[in-house]
Design a protein around this ligand. Structure first.
Ligand code: ADP
Ligand code: MG
Length: 487
């Protein structure tokens, strides 16, 4: 006889589920401390433990495309964290479970469960009071000598900064770095400051922009505290001023800077400045120009292809966004003007991933570049990517997109394997070919290694009917359609 009362076994199952859920929260809490927050939220959203048996912890992921990323980047960390929760865990395996996406009972709302501790302030806006009246921007720890990629365009500037970092106030004083927008001047300046601070934690390092320096001078004049202003600056060990091209036409600030410069220089204190052009092109007072020319001058220029590729690889690592090598190469090939532009593309790709769950592909990147190119609000005059014109998707494109999306090889997809992991992607590819490329069943059968046309027909019909009642599959197919420009 059937009974409506829950049996002891379902009860146990429920308890087990609760325990696993609790265990996952424990693991997540640990991971949250070792993974940058945005990446943590992105990659661990809608995840759960699906099971734990014989030392194997099965972690459920909502989307097939995050599988590789977890395998490569988070498996070891997850295992470590799991073992702290439960010492019997020996390995972590992953399983894609589309249902997790709409199942708040099994997953956690990470934004709520792990609220941001303090609001991050806008980078570069934070200030620190080093001593009475001496204000510096906080050096951004993101800028280091280690993550600066050296290439032909910046080798000299980098070497000079390294030398200065090893021996501030030594041979290369002042150090003058110049070059166009987005080529790494600010990065180098701050990285040098960070490096000095690491070696000499007690040193007083002021990093400021010309704009801030000017404002301080103006304030001191207004409050008739010029004497104090001068005295204070003489206490500084390293003075770093960014964008000194803005000193042009500011006579009073130039004068103050000149005096500060001299005092520091005579005390063998290090001065580092950056500008968008060489000293003699800055239209400054002659005496200031000649002070700059007395030191070391190094330029940063547009990076070559190899350097651009190395930088984009580095940045992708920093942002922890997974990109295919072909995609990275595509960006390096087409974003030729400066590095900021290159980073901009990456940020957009990250946003696209977070918002739409779209893994960056050559196509989506080209789309981003096209948008950036057209943007009338772009600060810098013209971004200037050269992007190949749009073309319609082909059979090969469908295979590649599906293969990337489900992390299966094109070979397997057109091959004979009958395992489920391959079967569905293959059927989806057949469906897309039929629906959007209008490839006939017979031709499609030929393209998929000489299959019979009825096989293709069945596959297409199967997907069509599944789409009616499988929202997860529908989402996946939609995202592929978008990717392939079919919709
Ligand atoms: P600039 O001050 O010359 O306008 P930035 O220093 O602000 O340029 O650089 C723009 C962005 O490009 C920064 O995020 C910086 O980290 C990055 N960048 C520039 N050059 C390099 C490099 N050689 N290696 C790594 N990142 C770089
Ligand atoms: Mg700058």
């Amino acid at each position: 006889m059937m009974s409506s009362v829950s049996s002891p076994s379902t009860h146990t199952a429920g308890t087990q589920e609760m325990l696993l859920r609790e265990m996952w929260l424990g693991i997540l809490s640990q991971l949250a401390t070792s993974i940058p927050r945005s990446q943590f939220i992105t990659w661990f959203k809608d995840t759960a433990i699906l099971g734990l048996e014989d030392g194997t912890l099965v972690v459920g992921l909502p989307l097939p495309m995050s599988l590789n990323w977890h395998l490569e980047h988070y498996r070891a960390l997850t295992l470590q964290a799991a073992q702290k929760q439960n010492a019997t865990v020996e390995q972590v395996v992953y399983k894609v479970d589309g249902g997790l996406k709409d199942d708040p009972m099994r997953t956690f709302d990470l934004l709520k469960a792990f609220p941001e501790e303090k609001r991050r302030k806008v980078a570069g806006r934070q200030e620190v009071r080093l001593a009475e009246g001496i204000v510096s921007k906080i050096l951004n720890s993101r800028y280091t000598m280690e993550n600066f990629v050296v290439g032909s365009g910046n080798r000299l500037a980098y070497a000079a900064c390294q030398a200065v970092a090893m021996q501030p106030g030594g041979k290369y004083n002042p150090l003058f770095i110049y070059g166009g927008v987005g080529l790494g001047k600010t990065h180098l300046l701050q990285a040098t400051g960070n490096a000095i601070l690491k070696q000499m934690p007690k040193s007083t390092i002021v990093y400021t922009t010309t704009e801030d320096f000017t404002n301080q001078v103006i304030e001191a004049i207004q409050q008739q505290k010029m004497e104090q202003f001068r005295k204070r600056y003489r206490l500084v060990d390293v003075l770093i001023i960014d964008d000194v091209q803005f000193l042009a036409n500011k006579e009073r600030t130039q004068e103050e800077f000149f005096h500060t410069f001299n005092a520091l220089y005579e005390d063998h204190k290090q001065i580092i400045v950056a500008a968008d052009r060489q000293p003699h092109e800055l239209q400054l007072e002659d005496r200031l120009t000649s002070r700059f020319e007395r030191g070391m001058i190094a330029d940063v220029s547009t990076p070559d292809y190899e350097t651009r590729l190395a930088i984009i690889v580095e940045k992708a690592k920093e942002y922890q966004i997974f990109m295919d090598m072909t995609v990275l190469q595509f960006i390096a090939e087409h974003a030729t003007k400066n590095i900021r532009e290159l980073e901009g593309i990456l940020m957009q790709a990250v946003a696209q991933y977070e918002l739409e769950q779209r893994v960056p592909t050559v196509k989506s990147i080209a789309e981003i570049m096209r948008k950036l190119n057209k943007d009338p609000h772009e600060e810098e005059d013209h971004v200037g990517f050269e992007i190949p014109p749009k073309r319609s998707s082909t059979f090969q494109d469908v295979l590649e997109a599906v293969s990337r999306y489900y992390s299966v090889s094109v070979q397997d997809m057109i091959g004979q394997s009958r395992v489920r992991e391959i079967l569905i992607p293959r059927q989806i590819a057949m469906y897309l070919c039929k629906k959007y490329l209008r490839i006939s069943y017979v031709r499609s059968g030929e393209l998929f290694s000489g299959r019979d046309h009825t096989t293709v027909m069945n596959a297409v019909e199967k997907i069509e009917s599944k789409l009616q009642n499988d929202p997860q599959l529908l989402r996946e197919v939609r995202s592929l359609e978008k990717e392939l420009d079919f919709v």
